[in-house]
Design a protein around this ligand. Structure first.
Ligand code: ADP
Ligand code: MG
Length: 450
């Protein structure tokens, strides 16, 4: 068993990378393979949960190859398996519970993708990012707490993980405790039930940095709030850094005690604004680079990322999901990612994000901008001063609405769909060569989106 697991670990390290390996795979232990089921022990239930959700497939494949046949994994948390004889395979006798060990059991695991390097900075999040960086540097505590807030999917959890990771890297001896408010409550209730509240208090009050994600969750949960408040005060008094996130500003959290709200406002409160076009495009470009590694050889037509950045405005998580689906789809089909494929593959997401700009509005705005008559948009004139704005309107109609080419053709005075396609292509080409045209288009789009 040890030999198989040793080899498996080497292979897994290659697959998941050194970082993820040391966080997630290294603490695991293979107990036995029986009837096609590999029994794996994890030190904590968080780890069990995480590993089974993110690394099951990789582990299964590798074990099947090396120790096969393995069809199934069964995860056990060490506490449960300690009573079973199979646990003999565990590498070392359980160490005495040091504080660091206990933190690990309390804390939520950090997502290895949520680093500062992977965080794209733009106008809407630059302040939050700067504050997070400052805290992560770990100098003297200048603002306490750091309170990050913003809508769903805007990067709060990402920044929290990045801070935790960075502090841990710079000060390995620091005890950084990151967890969601929900986990805080869960642990607290468990401590009440097990009559270990003193341990709970002791543990939380002796960390170096406490990070609580989605604090709005404890609103209305009175005894948890109370406990949180005391923990908070004790740590602040000791000059320990606290980082909190929520989906809204402290003053706006309902059913949160006034004294807690005002305490939460004492430090630095920064919000993550909804993304703008530039930030979305930056994020898409950065994620695309990552996908290119995962799906080598996939071609991406120009304009696709711009299209997505314009059309999917809800939040970054949706944007990421869309890109992921697109790459998976293209790789399955063995096709280049084109604008058409994007529209087909992401129809549901695009519909949900549809801003409902009409072709008529586009024609009007473009005509206004270039000082031509609206009737020339649909008329037959071919002079450049009219034809070019008309093509720009066609391009915007294709990008900003979900109308098909024939439908767009009809709105442009009954033109053929190939004419529309030609116009769209022409502008796509010009866009990348002609800076002032590209700026014009962006401006028009913003006007139409407003
Ligand atoms: P929140 O906690 O605010 O709801 P998350 O931090 O979970 O949002 O972010 C949702 C997803 O979007 C994550 O996968 C995260 O990596 C990604 N994300 C958000 N903002 C950015 C950004 N500025 N750069 C790169 N990825 C981002
Ligand atoms: Mg979050």
């Amino acid at each position: 068993m040890d030999r198989i697991w040793g080899q498996a670990r080497e292979e897994l390290q290659k697959i998941v990378g050194a970082n993820s390996f040391s966080t997630w795979i290294e603490p695991l232990c293979l107990n036995a393979v029986e009837d096609g089921t590999a029994r794996i022990t994890c030190p904590t239930s968080f780890l069990t949960d995480w590993v089974s959700r993110h690394y099951s497939d990789d582990i299964l494949q590798v074990l099947d190859r090396l120790g096969g046949p393995v069809h199934r994994l069964s995860f056990e948390t060490r506490a449960q398996s300690a009573r079973q004889p199979a646990a003999e395979a565990a590498p070392a006798p359980a160490a005495p519970r040091s504080p660091a060990r206990q933190d690990e059991e309390l804390a939520a695991p950090l997502d290895s993708r949520f680093t500062f390097e992977n965080f794209v900075v733009g106008k809407p999040n630059e302040l939050a990012h700067a504050a997070a960086r400052r805290v992560a540097e770990g100098g003297p505590v200048t603002f306490n707490p750091l309170f990050l807030y913003g809508g769903v999917g805007l990067g709060k959890t990402h920044l929290m993980h990045a801070i935790a990771r960075e502090i841990q890297l710079r000060q390995p001896e620091a005890r950084v405790l990151y967890l969601s408010a929900e986990q805080f409550m869960y642990r607290f209730v468990q401590a009440l039930r097990d009559r270990t509240v003193m341990d709970f208090k002791e543990l939380f009050r002796t960390v170096s940095v406490l990070m609580v994600d989605d604090v709005q969750f404890i609103a209305g949960k009175d005894s948890t709030q109370e406990e949180f408040f005391h923990t908070f005060n004790t740590l602040v008094d000791q000059g320990k850094q606290i980082v909190i996130s929520a989906d809204r500003a402290p003053g706006e959290i309902k059913d949160m005690e006034e004294r807690i709200k005002s305490r939460l406002q004492c430090g630095l409160v920064v919000d993550l604004h909804p993304t703008d076009y530039e930030l979305r495009l930056g994020i898409l470009q950065s994620k695309t680079d990552a996908f290119r590694v995962q799906y080598p050889g996939l071609q991406l037509a120009p304009g696709v990322l711009e299209f997505l950045a314009h059309r999917i405005t809800s939040n970054v998580r949706v944007l990421e999901g869309a890109l992921q689906r697109l790459f998976a789809f293209a790789s399955l089909m063995g096709r280049e990612i084109t604008l058409d494929m994007t529209q087909e593959c992401l129809a549901d997401i695009l519909r949900a994000n549809d801003r409902k700009v009409s072709i008529e509005e586009i024609q009007r705005k473009v005509a206004e901008h270039y000082n031509i008559r609206l009737s020339d948009m649909i008329g037959p004139k071919r002079v450049r001063t009219v034809a070019r704005p008309r093509q720009i309107a066609m391009y915007l109609a294709k990008q900003m609405t979900s109308r098909s080419l024939p439908e767009i053709g009809r709105r442009f005075g009954g033109r053929d769909h190939t004419t529309i396609m030609h116009g769209v292509k022409k502008i796509e080409e010009l866009r990348s060569a002609d800076r002032s045209l590209a700026e014009d288009i962006d401006l028009l789009r913003r006007l139409l989106e407003a």
